[in-house]
Design a protein around this ligand. Structure first.
Ligand code: KIV
Ligand code: ZN
Length: 511
């Protein structure tokens, strides 16, 4: 019988450490709910001491998301552990995850502490965390560059102190598979109390080896794998959840392990994480890239038409992907659209659906064929909107010997505001016209445009980041027209900013 491995998802903690991937509390909750539908075993919801916002996000997830264990990260200091506990104490299954460096370079250069002091701190921290909850995980940061004899001592000591999970992170993605597998085996066989805890691994992808290192660790006795949706994470990212899970499904002969993952939710989760973090999925990304099930060469197409298995080892349907999709058009009625949404596992209430259907018709008028990806892009586009300002009218001019200009009309409740502006290009002109209307001073930090769907009439998605005082806000917009997508993204970020300011301070200066 296959052995069960625990999927510990750190998308909301290490994944959120991806540069540019900041999520607000509502977005984190949305992803946590989806991770619960995906049936991960553990959700690492955040590092609560890092900010009051992260504390609140972890607390909200703990209160509202049922099913998985909810873990919060803490250093070995009392304040961190208190804070982590307070954030997860209302969870159905809370976990405190404590970490401290184990390598000489980290202890000496970063912590300026000697190994014995660190070992004592580790033990004290685990005991302290244990006074709150039974479920305590301890991570030996930078373990793969630590001395093996020290690793073995720390593992034994923290298990004696009560750690139920001991995690061996390859913090800087330095390990290679055989060597990492050997380390795990050594821990399993040489640490006398190793059978009293679950051995976990957490691999970074600096050499592109995070997934294979994790799999080798599992073959050698690790039973928890820490991984992130789409492989996002600090620097080059962490092991990709979907790659680990699918390896155990497609190559069960080599990796005879079971996970509790609901495979059909993989595609949807991946899209949601990409949309909400603003981190695009490379087209050739294994398992979930848009090209992962596309065939371009004539020989491949011929083979696939005769028998899919000639060039496909994974059926897209398995991960809830786009295999058997219905192509909708402007003539598709409500019934067909609802049916397609439900087959994708989206169940909208009547009012939500009407709103969606209206947006669908607008899109179908512009784009002849509407694919599953288009529907998903629309869903994301409408699901977080509580707009203060709505785009009513947009006209831009640009060309070789013309000064680019834009006319923008926005609606705010019953009122409409219209402004004209010139700019360095049509998008810049439109943004300046919007600034005149809203009177909000922001700085555009980054701007990304990508085609989210296929064909010449593909939907363009703009994701951008603005800053206002100390706040960073991400905005997204989708349209077949890239200027309109850019304006929607900018308005989305401004509306979020206005909402945020309204919650933070009723006397804010934003009109
Ligand atoms: O990479 C790492 O070492 C970590 C630990 C906090 C688990 O993220
Ligand atoms: Zn990490």
């Amino acid at each position: 019988m296959s052995k069960r491995i625990i999927i510990f998802d750190s998308t909301l903690r290490d994944g959120e450490q991806t540069p540019g991937a900041k999520l607000n509390a509502q977005e984190k909750l949305e992803i946590a709910r989806q991770l619960a539908r995906l049936q991960v075993d553990v959700i690492e919801a955040g590092f609560p001491i890092s900010s009051p916002g992260d504390f609140r996000a972890v607390q909200q997830i703990s209160r509202l998301v049922k099913g998985p264990v909810i873990a919060a990260l803490a250093r070995t200091v009392k304040e961190d552990i208190d804070c982590a506990w307070n954030s997860v104490r209302d969870a159905e299954k809370p976990r405190i995850h404590v970490f401290l460096a184990a390598s000489d370079i980290h202890m000496e250069k970063k912590l300026r502490k000697d190994p014995e002091t660190c070992l004592k701190e580790a033990v004290q921290a685990v005991k302290y965390a244990k006074s709150f909850t039974e479920d305590v995980e301890y991570s030996l940061e930078d373990a793969t560059r630590a001395r093996e004899d020290y690793i073995l001592r720390v593992v034994e000591a923290v298990i004696d102190a009560g750690a139920t999970v001991v995690n061996i992170p390859d913090t800087v993605g330095y390990a290679v598979p055989e060597e990492f597998g050997r380390l795990i085996k050594k821990i399993k066989t040489e640490v006398p109390n190793a059978d009293k805890a679950t051995i976990s691994v957490h691999c970074h992808n600096d050499l592109g080896l995070a997934v294979i290192n994790s799999l080798f660790a599992v073959q050698n006795g690790a039973r928890q794998v820490e991984c992130n949706v789409n492989g996002i994470g600090e620097r080059a990212g962490n092991a990709a959840m979907e790659e680990i899970v699918l390896s155990t499904v497609i190559r069960k002969d080599q990796f005879p392990f079971e996970t509790g993952i609901n495979l059909k939710e993989i595609y949807r989760t991946s899209r949601m994480v990409s949309k909400l973090t603003g981190i695009p999925i490379p087209v050739n990304k294994a398992i979930i890239g848009i090209n992962a099930f596309a065939h371009s060469s004539g020989i491949h197409q011929d083979g696939v038409l005769k028998d899919k298995r000639t060039y496909e080892i994974i059926n897209a349907d398995l991960i809830g992907g786009q295999a058997a999709q219905m192509i909708l058009t402007a003539r598709s009625g409500r019934h067909a659209v609802r049916h397609q949404l439900e087959s994708m596992n989206y169940h909208l209430g009547d009012e939500e659906f009407e709103n969606f259907y209206h947006r669908f018709l607008e899109l179908a008028d512009k784009k002849k064929e509407v694919y599953q990806e288009d529907l998903e892009a629309l869903l994301i586009d409408i699901s977080f909107a509580e707009p203060t300002y709505e785009l009513e009218y947009l006209q831009t001019v640009s060309g070789t010997r013309i000064i680019p200009a834009a006319v923008v009309r926005l609606r705010k409740g019953e009122e409409t505001f219209e402004e004209v502006s010139s700019g360095a290009g049509p998008i810049d002109a439109a943004y300046k016209a919007i600034d005149k209307i809203t009177n909000i001073i922001t700085r555009l930090e980054n701007y990304n445009l990508r085609a989210v769907t296929r064909g010449m009439d593909a939907l363009g998605e703009v994701s951008l980041k603005i800053t206002h005082e100390d706040k960073n806000i991400i905005g997204r917009g989708v349209s077949t027209d890239i200027v309109e997508a850019s304006v929607k993204a900018y308005l989305d970020s401004l509306n979020k900013l206005i909402n945020m300011m309204a919650h933070v301070n009723n006397n804010n200066k934003i009109k």
